[in-house]
Design a protein around this ligand. Structure first.
Ligand SMILES: C[S@@+](CC[C@H](N)C(=O)[O-])C[C@H]1O[C@@H](n2cnc3c(N)ncnc32)[C@H](O)[C@@H]1O
Length: 403
């Protein structure tokens, strides 16, 4: 990704990493790999200035923040043979930074750093944002965080422009990061390069996001690295996904270049490639781009029978009353062909949830023995556990659960 950014800076703007106009931010830096890689690439004569003035990184968790600090400062030391604290590293929630009410942060030095970053004319944003759908562990617990300013921007743009009925997927963290990054460039030309969940490329709820990305950026490239285990159960997250996770991953490089002709390019690697093949491909960097032309509904990848589908009558035109129907969010527990099997599984589910020391793993093994990988969102059930009860409608017998 650093290589692609460096090349794009040169090809599209005639800049190098040494250029004063190139001000870079990794908004979710983790252990700081992107900044370390950039430090290794910046020409020696410009490194000191870039390190002090033009490189920024944010991290919201304390442990990776400290590791990033060690990694980045060590990379600088290796190049310059002298230690210097990295003044661009901030302990901060990036998505809160657009909120004017953000108060003091951590220690005064950090608040000062955040203030400096807010004033910086960022022209390159590079990172690997978190995402909920498929978060590695329920403990990541970032599903319901609210960001008043960014959330409203997502609603006013991506959601408003969408024709989809169900827009829940727009609540994903990586979507907020795309919105935030597009806004952070402001009126400046520049580059946003993110590796993320790539559901936005072809899923219905993201039509408005695709439309706005095409409005906010003139050149967009996406490498689809696949690895969506839910879409293709023959794949394994560990073997085929570059991050060992369950959702499809892709690298997007979006360039804002005033006056440039719109260009959308896409490349998908073979779906069955293993992680190592995908990583080798990225290292080699020989990409055969396919040019895409969005259709009027902002689909980037047209389905083979899209024209025929568009000519069909919509169910919305046939039925006056419509709804999603029953949404259990736990179909594997509450549906079965046999009443006995179903009753005993529901009882087991309630009992297991009532265990004081209940952990997701125990519930998964007991209630879903055949789905060891199934991510089960149990938090709401646990919270509601006081109310859980088993009622056998046929016999009228009722068993109340307890905490
Ligand atoms: C997928 S990791 C990034 C990995 C990174 N490229 C590296 O070199 O390690 C995402 C990181 O973003 C951080 N993060 C998540 N939400 C954030 C937010 N709102 N603001 C800042 N950092 C965030 C997480 O704590 C995590 O360390």
């Amino acid at each position: 990704m650093c290589n692609a950014v460096e090349k794009t800076l040169k090809d599209e703007f005639g800049y190098t990493l040494a250029s004063a106009q190139v001000v870079i931010l990794d908004p979710c830096t983790g252990t700081g790999n992107f900044i370390v890689n950039l430090i290794q690439r910046i020409p020696g004569r410009a490194l000191e200035d870039a390190y002090r003035e033009r490189l920024f990184a944010n991290e919201v968790m304390l442990l990776p923040y400290y590791i990033a600090s060690l990694n980045i400062e060590h990379a600088y030391y290796e190049r310059m043979q002298q230690y210097e604290a990295f003044p661009g590293l901030c302990f901060v929630d990036t998505l809160d930074m657009s909120d004017p009410r953000q108060g003091n942060l951590f220690v005064p030095e950090n608040t000062k750093r955040v203030g400096r970053q807010k004033k910086a004319a960022i022209t390159v944003i590079i990172g690997n944002p978190p995402y909920n759908v498929g978060q590695k562990s329920e403990n990541d617990n970032n599903q319901n965080r609210k960001y008043p300013v960014v959330d409203e921007r997502v609603r006013d743009t991506y959601a408003k422009a969408s024709k989809a009925t169900n827009k829940n997927a727009l609540g994903d963290m990586y979507v907020k990061f795309f919105r935030w990054a597009s806004d952070r460039l402001g009126d400046r030309d520049g580059i946003v390069c993110l590796v993320s969940n790539n559901s936005f490329v072809d899923q219905i709820a993201f039509d408005g996001m695709r439309q706005h990305l095409s409005m906010d950026f003139q050149l967009i490239e996406h490498i689809d690295l696949h690895g969506n285990v839910r879409r293709n159960p023959k794949l394994s997250g560990t073997t085929h996904n570059v991050f060992g996770i369950q959702v499809g991953v892709g690298i997007t490089l979006a360039v804002k270049k005033t006056g440039a002709t719109q260009r959308l390019r896409y490349h998908r690697v073979p779906e069955t490639w293993r992680k190592s093949e995908k990583l080798n491909f990225l290292t080699e960097g020989r990409i055969e781009w396919q040019s895409l032309v969005p259709d009027p509904g902002h689909a980037w990848i047209q389905l083979g029978n899209a024209a025929e589908y568009d000519g069909l009558l919509s169910v919305n035109d046939i039925f006056e009353l419509r709804s999603l129907g029953l949404t259990t969010a736990r179909d594997a527990v509450v549906y079965d062909f046999g009443q006995e099997v179903l009753s005993s599984r529901i009882k087991l589910f309630i009992e297991t949830i009532m265990l004081k020391s209940t952990r997701d793993a125990i519930i998964r093994t007991r209630c879903f023995p055949t789905q060891s990988n199934g991510a089960v969102a149990l938090k709401s059930a646990l919270i509601a556990a006081n109310m859980l009860s088993f009622v056998n409608l046929k016999s009228g017998k009722r068993r109340i659960g307890r905490m």
